[in-house]
Design a protein around this ligand. Structure first.
Ligand code: AMP
Length: 479
């Protein structure tokens, strides 16, 4: 099959030049399938995760449309040119991209900067956790493209600093994560605030019912494109699993890290507290390590990412939410120190080492209580993960899926459910030091062991009460 070029898709010359500078030889599948439709003005429902090239898929058509307006003219919502256009001081934005996390918003801003370098369009990123004054100043000068997290966007709108009446292009990126962070109502408010005639592009890695119904309500005869992350894990990542007892995971990780080939490693944990503790332990053991998770301040997260990206530290310990949406380049290994109970999260994690075509290695540590998680993952990815035999911390209990032997002086762990034993060590790691909770895809903390996971389920659902609490926390941290 011959690959199409960006020119074949209808991408304009100045954008092609920028893409050449980025060394993008060919469009990725999501770009190939969406760009022609988006250039033709269609709405889009894109089921794709970060790492597929979705940012360019929506930014290139937006840049092309906005730059097609003649200087001194501005498109109104119906696409007609009107006087007083894009170079007008204080002009309202014409494209709005809403993203759940500050990191993702910043990354999207950088993409617009790279792809739009030969075009006279202005963009800015507004996000919470930092002073609003510089953002307000930039907005008052006027921008064409606005990238924002939902909370700060609505704050500035309510204060009258952001006007959405000229928006002709709206992107909702990582919509399922916004839902999970409690931003569903904010998404609806934003959609209601933009003109009725607009092009909407909604991207989501999964399609929970709330996002499916939002899509049905707001998209106008959309093109639906699904780029399965399964292809990424199955075809490009070398995936291996180590059966191990919980207590030996640190020792196994330290052993593996002796290998210099593990040059850029992301270690995934399920909880913020677990991530902090492991990062501290690795640093003490002589492995320069940084951690990113939701309890870190924005500047601490940026600094940790900077250290990792510039190679000063080779290990980054991360939680799923904190790492979501971040574009890590040249990651040699992903380590699933704790397997996720949501198989889609495994796919997200592993995709970090197979960015846009490059292969990578994913190592998973599976203790006895995580056997059910492993089964769900293998069901989703439709291929068995290679078992590493004869490693120094081999656990026969984990490989047989039996309960771990209790440490001396401790009574045998009580079975919490039919499909898996409890894990005292893990449970002590639960966030905030509160009562042990285990995330479930179908609601709240589980009282039992791992349950079969429904495919396509939201990767973390919560009870209404937890959602209210989380919403308050998310607003404080994400915007
Ligand atoms: P995204 O899913 O938008 O976060 O993109 C993931 C990564 O793929 C980013 O590092 C992009 O720079 C890169 N990328 C996007 N499109 C292409 C392409 N056509 N060829 C090579 N790399 C790409």
């Amino acid at each position: 099959m011959t690959l199409r070029s960006f020119a074949d898709l209808g991408v304009a010359g100045p954008l092609q030049r920028a893409l050449r500078a980025e060394n993008y030889a060919h469009p990725t599948p999501i770009q190939d399938q969406t760009i022609p439709h988006l250039l033709a003005g269609k709405d889009l429902l894109g089921i794709a995760q970060t790492g597929t090239g979705k940012t360019a898929a929506f930014s290139l058509p937006i840049l092309q449309h906005l730059s097609a307006d003649r200087p001194g003219e501005n498109r109104n919502a119906s696409g007609k040119a009107e006087r007083g256009g894009r170079n007008r001081r204080g002009s309202a934005p014409r494209a709005l991209i809403v993203a759940p996390t500050r990191e993702l918003a910043l990354q999207i801003g950088e993409s617009f900067h790279s792809y739009g370098r030969h075009l006279p369009l202005r963009h800015t990123v507004i996000l919470g956790g930092v002073s609003q004054h510089p953002q307000v100043r930039t907005l008052s000068i006027g921008v064409d493209i606005l990238v924002a997290t939902p909370g700060r966007l609505l704050d500035l709108k309510e204060q009258g600093h952001v006007r959405l009446g000229q928006i002709s292009h709206l992107v909702l990126d990582e919509a399922d994560l916004m839902l999970d962070m409690g931003f569903l109502r904010d998404m609806r408010k934003i959609i209601a605030a933009v003109p009725a005639k607009r092009q909407i592009m909604l991207f989501s890695a999964t399609m929970p019912p709330d996002i499916a119904s939002l899509a049905r309500e707001v998209l106008n005869d959309p093109v639906r494109v699904e780029v399965s992350p399964r292809t990424i894990t199955v075809e490009q990542v070398d995936q291996r699993v180590f059966f191990i007892d919980t207590a030996n995971k640190r020792a196994l990780l330290a052993h593996l890290l002796q290998d210099a080939d593990m040059s850029r490693v992301i270690v995934f944990m399920r909880t913020k507290r677990g991530a902090s503790r492991l990062a501290e332990h690795l640093a003490k053991a002589g492995f320069p390590t940084e951690a990113i998770h939701g309890n870190k301040t924005q500047s601490a997260r940026q600094s940790a990412l900077g250290q990792f990206q510039n190679g000063r530290v080779r290990i980054l310990v991360a939680t799923d939410v904190a790492a979501r949406g971040i574009d890590f380049s040249a990651v040699s290994h992903v380590v699933n120190y704790e397997l996720s109970n949501i198989p889609e999260s495994y796919v997200h994690r592993v995709g970090r080492t197979a960015r846009a075509g490059a292969g990578g290695i994913a190592l998973s540590f599976c203790d006895a209580s995580e056997r059910a998680f492993l089964r769900s993952i293998e069901q989703l990815t439709k291929r068995p993960i290679t078992v590493v035999e004869n490693h120094p911390h081999q656990s026969s209990a984990a490989s047989k899926g039996q309960p771990e032997p209790s440490p001396p002086g401790r009574s045998a762990p009580k079975r919490r459910g039919a499909s898996g034993p409890s894990r005292p060590d893990k449970l002590r790691d639960a966030s905030n030091g509160t009562a042990p909770k285990r995330q479930t895809p179908s609601g709240g903390p589980a009282s039992n062991g791992p349950k079969p996971i429904r495919q396509g389920a939201s990767w973390e659902r919560t009870t209404p009460r937890t959602r209210r609490k989380r919403r308050a926390r998310s607003r404080a941290s994400a915007s």
